[in-house]
Design a protein around this ligand. Sequence first.
Ligand SMILES: [Zn+2]
Length: 196
Amino acid sequence: MNDEIARPCRKSRVVQHTFVFAAILLITAVVLHLSGRVFWCQCGTCVPWSWDIWSQHNSQHLVDPYFFTHVLHGIALYGLLHWLWKSAPVSKRFWASILLEAGWEILENSPLIIERYREATISLDYYGDSIANSLFDIVACAAGFLLAARMKPSHSILLFLATELLLVLTIRDCLTLNVVMLVYPLDAIKDWQMAF
Ligand SMILES: [Zn+2]
């Protein structure tokens, strides 16, 4: 009997959460559109991915190497909020993470941060993410959070480090380098990345 009651409850909760998630994506898309972002890559092809970070397609399609740094955002936010806001249920921490990530996507695509990226990092031709790319980055963050919520902390840390290492080896960039170069750019790192 209890199971019969619990099942529709769980179902309606999933529907509710999906609706809230879609609403956050929609609001983010509207804000990004109003701030002048394009919906998709100017090339117009329907290919959902782009792997060359030096091409004009980077951050314009759904998935590119930086998609994985956004999965790491989710893992890091899970760890951070687990530490700072342990009293809150995991669902509250999940929504806090998604709102933070959506806020970051809007800030990341503001003229201030776009200029900062272009000046201080290897993103010389960076003119902001496409809206579709930003929305998928939020999906990546949600996936990272949900993964971390189901994994042992040691496995999350291993996954985080392995992803960072793989990104450094393949594109000479990763979440850690991204943060360092945004906050405290170092010429030595920039030269090393540009020599790739
Ligand atoms: Zn393209």
